[in-house]
Design a protein. Structure first.
Length: 369
């Protein structure tokens, strides 16, 4: 381990000998009694030396070895240290163009996953993950780009047909792609998000890729917001593949539910819960799905809502893959174009659904809060 004081934390002098690391309350730490020699020692904890070498360098400043070790222990228990070697090693998994781009993302992970080496292990997990995004409209394409930029090893955005003006959005497909094949344009968007040099050819993944770690259901017409409409859901439930519904429907952006098959409430649970409130719902839904006759003639999609929803959906995917259940598990988040508020709604497993075969919570009921 090569200890480094997390470079993402600001270093601020509260007074002459009191040093504060970080500004956000959760991470901010204060060290008192920082004289010139201790300040010099802290400068040595820059990731260029291993622990014993830091102590030896501290001794050359006139500090005792015990004191130096105690300071390092204190920095470690205050979650101020990371392992610079592990951070460098994990970036080596990526092509050179991508390493610098991932620097701020890795610095963020280092704050969220505080133990030394933990952030590197989380990014290593992302590097090994394959995520599939179904739908290359305003939301899906941008989700794919955000996930690729966040270090997911392979992101496949699947769709048919050609790009139309209504598929284009900031962060997603640019207007210059109108008329191109959606699958090709989305693949190149994802490729560019990884920092691949302009003109570098895209290397095709193996013909039979491994099953995805997660699938994002983001159909272009936003119907994923009505989870029961996703025809892929049954196949994903059977295969045990986690999946996230997301879309913009009318004025509402929706992220969730993120379904962990057998362990959290699923899309059918949401449909059944809505049926409990409106018995005509299944009939209405049948007219919406698969480009049914009742669908909107010109689907609405506020561009700013689309960008925010895509970012939130990508964040929830990352959280799930990183090992922290996002709020879209057993719930969903709504962002309204009418007031800009994000709300989290709770989704319980529905007793008529029977999808929680892994559940050990028999008391769960089928109501939405
Ligand atoms: Zn269910």
């Amino acid at each position: 381990m090569r200890p480094v004081i997390k470079p993402a934390l600001a270093r601020l002098w509260r007074e002459k000998q009191t040093l504060q690391f970080g500004t956000v309350r959760r991470h901010a730490r204060v060290i008192e009694g920082v004289d010139r020699r201790l300040a010099g020692f802290l400068e040595l904890v820059d990731g260029s030396r291993d622990g014993p070498a830091v102590v030896a360098a501290g001794q050359r400043l006139g500090l005792s070895a015990e004191y130096c070790r105690a300071v390092l222990d204190s920095l470690g228990s205050s979650e101020l240290l990371d392992d610079a070697q592990a951070l460098r090693d994990v970036l080596e998994l990526y092509p050179p163009a991508r390493r610098e781009l991932l620097g701020p993302d890795l610095a963020s992970l280092s704050l969220v996953h505080p133990a030394p080496g933990e952030a590197a292990a989380v990014l290593q997990g992302r590097a090994r993950a394959r995520v599939e995004v179904r739908g290359a409209g305003r939301i899906g394409a941008a989700v794919g780009a955000a996930l690729a930029a966040g270090g997911i090893g392979e992101v496949a955005v699947l769709d048919r047909g050609r790009v139309t003006a209504r598929d284009c959005a900031p962060g997603g497909l640019p207007p210059g792609d109108i008329g191109r094949l959606r699958a090709t344009a989305a693949r190149e968007l994802v490729h560019r998000a990884t920092g691949a040099p302009v003109g570098e050819r895209y290397r095709r993944p193996p013909a039979a890729p491994p099953p995805p770690a997660l699938v994002v259901l983001a159909p272009r017409d936003g119907s994923a917001a009505y989870t029961g409409a996703a025809v892929d859901a049954q196949e994903l439930m059977r295969a045990g593949i986690p999946h996230l519904y997301t879309g913009v429907l009318e004025h509402l952006g929706v992220v969730g539910p993120l379904v962990v098959p057998g362990a959290s409430a699923c899309g059918s649970c949401a449909t059944l819960a809505r049926r409990d409130e409106d018995e005509a719902w299944p009939r209405l839904l049948a007219q919406l799905i698969d480009e049914g006759p009742g669908r909107a003639r010109l689907p609405a999609c506020d561009g700013a809502v689309a960008a925010a929803v895509a970012g939130l959906a990508a964040l929830h995917v990352q959280l799930y893959l990183d090992g922290s259940p996002p709020p879209s598990v057993d719930g969903w988040c709504e962002l309204s174009a009418a007031d800009g508020m994000v709300r989290r709604l709770r989704l319980r497993s529905h007793p008529d659904c029977g999808c929680l075969w892994q559940s050990s919570a028999p008391g769960r009921t089928g109501t939405m809060a």
